[in-house]
Design a protein around this ligand. Structure first.
Ligand SMILES: N[C@@H](CCC(=O)N[C@@H](CS)C(=O)NCC(=O)O)C(=O)O
Length: 242
């Protein structure tokens, strides 16, 4: 029995967290059955989502989830790729996770209008007046995290500039291929798709959204991947983008 602890669909996305989306896609790619359950980060092994419970073994962090699947089930996410392609795929994956992700977090959490339209809804189950306190505490924590990571020291313009250069890089590597490295998905597509879909999410106003929308290959890639892994959501996403 496998359970992936995630945050659940929201804002027209299978999950607002790019990492939870990545976890879902990894399980789908490997053809493994799974259930999902709500992740409470306070109870998660590394205090973040997602994490996988595989027959009682808890595996936090999507990189370790991937390696767990590869080892336990003998599934090679990068089958058929050359060494050069494997290296490029890994580099693009980490560009998404360790760079673009933080630009997107900053846009979603630090811009008041985006925060109100987006992350604020996560706290609706917290009773008033506690809710105001919790929202303020969590937002301050994210601000501290961004300062520690480094992006919190940049202006919004600088953050968007870095984020947009990353979006360009994905678009450049993807080119006119169906998936990042060719006709079939590889491991990196799990986070690249999740990142692109997140940036293209219309709930969040951002110069990164405008920039990503100008890259036709990224829009069709997002639609292709959504149809491939989340056909139940694909129609919703296409409608929101109209
Ligand atoms: N390296 C982790 C990153 C996971 C992560 O950053 N998760 C965020 C949501 S996108 C989270 O749970 N944040 C909650 C918190 O920091 O309290 C992975 O690959 O799974």
């Amino acid at each position: 029995m496998r359970t992936l602890y995630v945050f659940g669909p929201n804002f027209g996305l299978p999950d607002p967290s790019a990492f939870c989306m990545k976890g879902l896609v990894l399980l789908k790619m490997a053809g493994l059955d799974y259930e999902t359950a709500l992740c409470d980060p306070r109870k998660a092994p590394k205090k973040k989502g997602p994490y996988l419970d595989d027959d009682g073994l808890a595996i936090p962090d999507t990189t370790f989830i991937r390696w767990h699947i590869e080892k336990k089930y003998g599934f090679d996410f990068d089958a058929g790729l050359t060494d050069e392609q494997r290296g490029t795929a890994w580099a693009v994956e980490k560009l998404c996770e360790d760079n673009i992700y933080f630009a997107a977090v900053s846009e979603r959490w630090m811009i008041d209008s985006n925060f109100k339209a987006g992350p604020r809804v996560f706290f609706e189950s917290v009773p008033v007046p506690m809710r105001y306190l919790v929202v303020s505490m969590v937002r301050k924590q994210i601000k501290r995290d961004l300062w520690g990571q480094g992006f919190g020291r940049h202006s919004r313009e600088e953050i968007v500039r870095i984020g947009n250069r990353g979006i360009d890089a994905i678009s450049q590597v993807l080119g006119d291929k169906s998936f990042l490295m060719g006709d079939t998905p590889c491991g990196a597509d799990a986070i690249v798709f999740s990142t692109v879909a997140g940036v293209l999410c219309e709930t969040f106003e951002s110069a990164m959204l405008t920039h990503a929308k100008s890259k036709a290959n990224l829009v069709t890639y997002r639609d292709r991947c959504m149809e491939h892994w989340f056909p139940e959501i694909a129609g919703v996403t296409a409608k929101a983008a109209e």
